[in-house]
Design a protein around this ligand. Structure first.
Ligand code: PMP
Length: 422
């Protein structure tokens, strides 16, 4: 059934699907309802598709665009860098500038190793932890996501503890133990002499925007420290987003290794694995090899330096505003559920919101079983049809570019969209 509002995107999709798997370049993009839209241009917190429809954008490129689309300080820095040429694969002075900036914003991150994606960053962090400790076992938590490498792509769905896609080598996961996030008892029951690392998103954003219990986070920190286990915070989403110093600043608990990405580059591909010099010693000594043709890409480094400068210089305005907007959106959904009896819910963690359908509250990860994923996709599809773009699975990122009027438009669209899925 063709929808006249999306004619050009539908035509594009038909053409693209002949030459790209599912017509997209990253599988989740294909799940968008009523269909994945091809974007023509974007500015601030708005994107315009090739049919000429404009949306308030909370997908933000799946998270990197913390300053919105086309932020002037970042584009200026990238243009300046580009005018010097594409100096890829060498050393540029911006790399140390960036590592120094990261260290000044995140005290546990005295030294940084740059790679291009969060997936690579998580893999490098695990290698460092195993090399530093001489141990093999890695603990990860159910529904946390650390990229799609064979080393750690498992248990991303509440119903499935095994590999998250076909084609993975199950042996690569032999030394990964999956636990419930929030259960200190399960962690403390392990023999720490076997455990190299505990990796987690310090706020479980991918699972559905859950903030940690302070007792749990502190307990994990104490257990890992006491037992020579490396605590890895995967701050690919939360870094520079929850606070200038990331989730570790928000919750007051430091990691041994931190994986950064997304917001770091403001839209350019860059990730960092950061920690003390001691944690990065295997790279210094050459026992762990840090590889990547595009590592420290000058355009990404320039974008990241400009982004962090802007975030640090405007933190007092940006962070409270993003969080207040996120809270307003989540409260609006909860009110609508109460008022109308609709089965919808919203979680909020800092400037991130997760919409759910099929249930009226998802207070903890174990409640994810009550979520209706299909109806959640319908809800975000109904929002898209009303001019609001989210991740298809219901996640929304706030940015520094969102305004009061964007939020007003969003609340109106939410009211209508919730009505359609009742
Ligand atoms: N870790 C977390 C917490 C993420 O959210 C993501 C991406 N969504 C990754 C790692 C992987 O990052 P990338 O997509 O850049 O490989």
């Amino acid at each position: 059934m063709s929808d006249p509002r999306f004619t050009r995107s539908a035509d594009y999709r038909a053409r693209a699907s002949k030459v790209l798997p599912r017509g997209v370049s990253s599988s989740p993009r294909a799940t968008q309802r009523p269909m994945p839209l091809a974007i023509a241009h974007a500015e601030g917190a708005r994107v315009t598709d090739i049919d000429g429809r404009t949306y308030v954008d909370y997908a933000l490129g799946y998270g990197p665009l913390i300053l919105g689309h086309n932020p002037a300080p970042v584009l200026d820095a990238v243009r300046r860098e580009l005018s010097r040429g594409l100096r890829v694969g060498g050393i540029t002075t911006g790399e140390a500038d960036l590592a120094e900036r990261i260290a000044s914003m995140m005290p546990s991150c005295a030294m940084s190793a740059f790679v291009s994606t969060g997936t690579e960053g998580a893999q490098l962090a695990l290698r460092l932890a195993r090399a530093v400790t001489g141990k093999l076992t890695v603990v990860k938590f159910r529904c946390h996501y650390h990229g799609w490498s064979d080393a750690i792509h498992l248990a991303t769905d509440p119903a499935e503890d095994g590999p998250s896609t076909a084609g993975q080598d199950p042996d690569a996961l032999r030394h990964v133990i999956v636990l419930d996030w929030g259960s200190l008892e399960a962690l403390c029951a392990l023999d720490p002499r076997e455990v190299a690392a505990v990796i987690m998103e310090p706020a479980a954003i991918n699972a559905g925007c859950f903030e940690p219990r302070s007792r749990f986070l502190r307990g994990v920190r104490e257990w890992t420290k006491a037992n020579g286990v490396v605590l890895i915070f995967d701050e690919v989403i939360t870094g520079f987003r929850m606070a200038p110093g990331g989730a570790q600043a928000r919750y007051g608990v430091d990691a041994d290794l931190t994986v950064l990405g997304k917001a770091l580059g403001a839209g350019m591909p860059i990730s960092a694995v950061s920690g003390s010099e001691a944690m990065l010693t295997p790279i210094i000594e050459g026992t762990v090899s840090q590889r990547g043709t595009f590592n420290g890409h000058p355009l990404s480094v320039a974008a990241a330096n400009a982004c962090l400068d802007h975030l640090a210089g405007n933190a007092g305005d940006i962070y409270p505003r993003m969080e207040a907007y996120a809270r307003t959106i989540a409260l609006h959904v909860r009110d609508a559920a109460q008022r109308t009896g609709a089965e919808v819910a919203a979680n909020q963690a800092g400037p991130c919101v997760q919409l759910f359908a099929g249930t009226r509250a998802v207070p903890a990860l174990r409640d994810l079983a009550s979520v209706d994923k299909e109806r959640t996709l319908d809800l975000t599809g109904a929002l898209l049809a009303r001019g609001v773009a989210t991740l298809p699975r219901g996640m929304m990122y706030l940015s520094a570019a969102h305004t009061e009027s964007d939020i007003d438009a969003t609340l109106a669209a939410l009211t209508e969209a919730i009505e359609t899925i009742r």
